[in-house]
Design a protein around this ligand. Structure first.
Ligand SMILES: NC(=O)c1ccc[n+]([C@@H]2O[C@H](COP(=O)([O-])OP(=O)(O)OC[C@H]3O[C@@H](n4cnc5c(N)ncnc54)[C@H](O)[C@@H]3O)[C@@H](O)[C@H]2O)c1
Length: 359
C-alpha cells in the first residue's frame, strides 16, 4: 500500500465521532486536521485526536490534505465541496449530495473538469447486510426481482439530536435525511430509477428540541414530514418507499425485495452488517443469509476508504458523487411529483455498481 490519503474534516459535529473513530482503523486514510465554525469544538476534537486545529480556509490549502471530508449540514454541502475542488482536493461528503439538483450539478461538473474524485454517503450499502442481499439476488435465489418495499419512520430526530433544527430545513426532512439510505440501497439492488410518483404531507404538530443545551426550543418546520412514493427502475422493477417523521411506533425499518420465486428481507440500510432473511418457493420457510459479500464489521468512513483504494487502483469508486446525485434527483422529483400531482421522469442514470467481495 502506498501513502495513505491525507484527510481534513470540515464540520466536527454529531456524526463526526463515528468517522473520527473509524479512520483510526482504516489504514489507507490518515487524519491531518479538522475545521469547524465552532472553534472551541474544533480545538477540542483536534486535541483529542492529536491533529491540526485548522481555522478559516487553511484546511482547503494544506499540502498534506488530499481529501476534504465534508460533515457539515446539508445547506453547506455544495459550498464546501466547491471550495475543496477549487483548491485541488478530492471530496467525500455526508448525505444528501446537496439540498437541490441545481446546487449539486456544478459540484459534479467541477470534479469532472478537475479530474478529482467526489464520493457521497451513505456507504452502508458496502457492508455485509446489503452486499449479501445483492449476492443472493444476483445468484438467482429469489428468481427475477420485480418489486421492493422500503420503509423508515420515527416521531422525529428532535427526540435525540441536540441541534435538530436543520432536519426541518430545506435539504432535510425525512426524505432528504433518511431517504438516501433506502434509495441508495434500492438503486444498488435493482438499478437506477427512471420515473417516480410521489405523495407527501406536512403535519401541524408543534415540535421542540428534547435534549442538550437547546432543550425546549421550538422548531420551525419547512419540510414535508411524511412522504411516500412509487419508483420505476430501469429494469422495470417497481419500488414503494415511505419515510416519515410522524410515526410513533413501527416494527420496520427494512427493505423487502420480491422475486418470481422468493423474497429477501434486506436489513436496515442505516446499518452495515445486519443479517438478511430469505424465503424461497424451494425451501418454503424463512432462513437467515450468512455473510456472502461486503466489508465485514465496518462503519461510516468505509466509502471514503474504498474511494482511496479506487484512486490507487485507477478505477471507479462505489459510493460515488454520481450515485449521490442520482438519489438527490429521485428525492427532489418525488416532491415535485407530490406537489404537481404528476409522474416525473428521472434524467440521470448510474452505472451498475460492482459488488464488494467478502472482505
Ligand atoms: N447525526 C447523525 O446521526 C447523522 C448520521 C448520518 C449522517 N448525518 C449527516 O451528517 C451531516 C452532519 O450532521 P450532524 O448530525 O453531525 O450535524 P451537527 O449539527 O451535529 O454538526 C455539524 C457541524 O458542522 C459545523 N459546520 C456547519 N457549517 C459549517 C461550515 N460552513 N464550515 C465549518 N463547519 C461547519 C457545525 O458547527 C457543526 O459542528 C448532515 O449532512 C447529516 O445529514 C448525520
Amino acid at each position: 500500500m502506498g501513502k495513505p490519503l491525507g484527510v481534513g474534516i470540515v464540520g466536527v459535529g454529531n456524526i463526526s465521532t463515528q468517522y473520527l473513530t473509524n479512520i483510526l482503523y482504516l489504514s489507507n486514510l490518515k487524519l491531518i486536521g479538522v475545521s469547524d465554525l465552532n472553534e472551541s469544538r474544533q480545538d477540542e476534537v483536534a486535541s483529542a485526536y492529536s491533529v491540526k486545529s485548522m481555522s478559516g480556509d487553511s484546511i482547503f490549502t494544506d499540502p498534506d490534505i488530499d481529501v476534504i471530508l465534508n460533515l457539515t449540514l446539508p445547506q453547506s454541502h455544495a459550498e464546501i465541496n466547491l471550495k475543496a475542488l477549487m483548491n485541488g482536493k478530492h471530496v467525500y461528503l455526508e448525505k444528501p449530495f446537496a439540498p437541490t439538483v441545481d446546487e449539486g450539478t456544478p459540484v459534479l461538473e467541477l470534479a469532472a473538469k478537475k479530474g478529482l474524485r467526489i464520493g457521497c454517503a451513505p456507504d452502508t450499502f458496502l457492508g455485509t447486510g446489503i452486499q449479501s442481499s445483492k449476492f443472493m439476488i444476483d445468484s438467482g435465489a429469489i428468481g427475477s426481482p420485480f418489486a421492493a418495499t422500503a420503509s423508515w419512520s420515527a416521531p422525529g430526530h428532535e427526540i435525540w439530536h441536540p441541534a435538530p433544527q436543520f432536519y426541518y430545513q430545506k435539504g432535510a426532512g425525512p426524505l432528504f435525511d433518511m431517504g438516501p439510505y433506502y434509495l441508495t440501497a434500492l438503486v444498488f439492488l435493482l438499478g437506477p430509477v427512471v420515473k417516480v410518483i410521489g405523495n407527501s404531507m406536512r403535519s401541524n404538530r408543534s415540535r421542540k428540541v428534547h435534549t442538550g443545551d437547546l432543550a425546549e426550543t421550538p422548531l420551525t418546520i419547512q419540510v414535508e414530514t411524511h412522504i411516500s412514493a412509487l419508483l420505476t427502475h430501469e429494469s422495470g422493477a417497481q419500488s414503494t418507499i415511505m419515510v416519515s417523521f410522524e410515526v410513533w411506533g413501527s416494527c420496520l425499518p427494512t427493505i423487502e425485495v420480491y422475486g418470481t420465486s422468493g423474497t429477501i428481507i434486506v436489513p436496515d440500510p442505516n446499518a452495515f452488517s445486519d443479517i438478511p432473511k430469505i424465503y424461497t418457493t424451494k425451501d418454503q420457510e424463512w432462513r437467515t443469509v450468512g455473510e456472502k459479500a461486503g466489508f465485514r464489521s465496518t462503519g461510516r468512513g468505509i466509502g471514503l476508504s474504498e474511494m482511496a483504494t479506487a484512486i490507487t487502483e485507477n478505477r471507479a469508486h462505489r459510493a460515488s458523487g454520481a450515485l449521490g446525485a442520482h438519489v438527490l434527483e429521485v428525492m427532489e422529483s418525488i416532491l415535485v411529483s407530490a406537489k404537481g400531482d404528476q409522474r416525473v421522469d428521472i434524467k440521470s442514470r448510474v452505472d451498475d455498481i460492482p459488488p464488494v467481495p467478502l472482505t
